[in-house]
Design a protein around this ligand. Structure first.
Ligand SMILES: Cc1cc2nc3c(=O)[nH]c(=O)nc-3n(C[C@H](O)[C@H](O)[C@H](O)COP(=O)(O)O)c2cc1C
Length: 425
């Protein structure tokens, strides 16, 4: 087992790349496998290997910049590559940025502590930001420049269009021409765009979703990830539709529809723009348990219905620590995305994330991400089954407490326990 060089992107050794859609990807499965001790041939303990290969894309670690402000222009995406992020997903682009008009302020935060005390740590973040308001041509030039400067790093374009086949296919053609490695489809923006039958308006309507995915997969030649909205009763339904329609991966979750709060002095909602507001998307640590729940639902569906394929899953929502990451991976995620965490802590966060994930792996003797991916999925069951298991356990405990019913029940192997079961002090 090779020890990784610590130079290069966070958690990386050298990489070779540039897979296309048809690349063979036999080694990626949603399967709980285990457990190889991280010991090299010479007996030395090896450095945990954070590298992932997902839909043929090779990344130095599973940490991906989630679409949003941290991937909004050349300067910040370059910064992300330089700091060592495993991949970057750019801010969502569409054909006509002139239709995208943002307002300011467009963020509002929730702090822990009583009544959102100004001193508590930030646990929730609401935004009413739209997709990129920068001209498409500018963004495309920047994608091209980044791919020229970082040919071995993974750049994913996030795209969204109106309900129009030609528009979607033109966007795909122009974006792919820049050399991006994959596409993430934003079927999930909860504010602004649904008014134009975009974003969550598609992700919440399986019939529409199937049709639009058909247009996309007919055209795309690089892997396609469908980004899901949590603002739906059963997130596994649109995820299933996207995979059946040919998408290679699912990303979940986008932000949760929310109202951050009301200013109790002015009686106006936040974020307040000229005295008014509109519901926005909730993110950051507070959404992490909800994101885990949604990812668990999708992963179970994928394991049951797509277990023999190489479909991938990218977990998103409230990741700020290596532990948050491990949780998504234990549920079956191949990668995790971070958006608000980068807005709060900066691009250097990836180094802390890698170090903490490696600590977790060392603790359990996991040598690779695949060693523990999906392992915790098996421990979810129905409530009815929990009741059955508990009743059985109680019956067993009672039986042990009662001791042996007759001398013929003594065994050689359980002799000491059997003796203890009949002691009173
Ligand atoms: C300010 C802001 C802007 C965002 N813009 C986009 C976007 O353009 N496209 C998209 O797919 N998701 C967008 N998102 C959603 C994030 O990519 C992510 O799905 C969500 O915030 C949850 O992850 P987090 O808790 O790490 O932020 C945005 C999130 C924030 C906070």
């Amino acid at each position: 087992m090779a020890t990784l060089s610590l130079r290069g992107p966070a958690g990386s050794s050298s990489l070779s790349l540039r897979p296309r859609r048809a690349a063979a990807r036999p080694d990626l499965r949603l399967r709980p496998v285990r457990i190889t001790a991280a010991i090299g041939g010479d007996g030395a303990v090896c450095e945990p290997d954070l590298r992932v290969r997902v839909n043929g894309l090779e990344m130095p670690n599973p940490f991906v910049i989630g679409s949003g402000p941290p991937g909004t222009n050349y300067t910040v995406m370059k910064r992300a590559f330089d700091e060592g992020w495993g991949a970057v997903i750019a801010k969502t682009v569409s054909l006509d940025a002139a239709k995208v008009v943002n307002v300011t302020p467009r963020y509002a935060r929730l702090r822990a502590g009583s009544n959102g005390s100004a001193k508590g740590p930030i646990i929730g973040w609401e935004n009413i930001e739209l997709i990129s308001d920068r001209p498409l041509e500018t963004m495309l030039n920047e994608f091209k420049q980044l791919k020229e400067e970082y040919p071995n790093r993974i750049l994913i374009a996030s795209i969204m269009e109106e309900y129009n086949k030609d528009a979607w296919q033109e966007l795909i053609e122009r974006v792919e021409a820049t050399g991006v490695d994959a596409l993430e489809i934003n079927f999930s923006c909860p504010h602004g765009m649904p008014e134009r039958k975009m974003g969550a308006a598609v992700g919440q309507d399986c019939t529409l979703l199937e049709e639009v995915c058909g247009w996309i997969n007919e055209k795309a030649t690089v892997p396609v990830w469908a980004k899901m909205t949590p603002n739906i009763t059963d997130i596994s339904q649109p995820a299933r539709v996207a995979l059946k329609s040919g998408c290679e991966g699912i990303s979940a979750i986008n932000t949760i529809m929310s109202v951050m709060g009301i200013d109790l002095n002015t009686l106006r909602p936040e974020p307040c723009v000229e005295g008014y507001s509109t519901p926005g998307g909730y993110s950051a640590r507070a959404v992490h348990p909800i994101a885990l729940g949604k990812v668990m639902q999708i992963a179970k569906m994928m394991k049951t219905e797509f277990g023999n394929t190489d479909c991938s899953l990218s977990g998103i929502g409230g990741v700020e620590t290596g532990g948050d990451t491990a949780e998504f991976i234990l549920l079956g995620a191949n990668t995790v995305q971070v958006c608000t965490g980068v807005m709060m802590h900066g691009y250097g966060l990836v180094n802390k994330l890698c170090a903490e994930l490696k600590d977790f792996m060392r603790k359990h003797n996991f040598s690779s991400i695949e060693d523990f991916r999906g392992v915790s999925l098996q421990y979810f069951t129905t409530h009815t089954d929990l009741v059955k298991r508990q009743q059985q356990a109680i019956r067993q405990r009672k039986a042990v407490r009662k001791g042996l019913q007759s001398d013929k029940e003594w065994t050689g192997d359980g002799f000491v326990k059997e003796s203890e079961s009949m002691v009173s002090n």
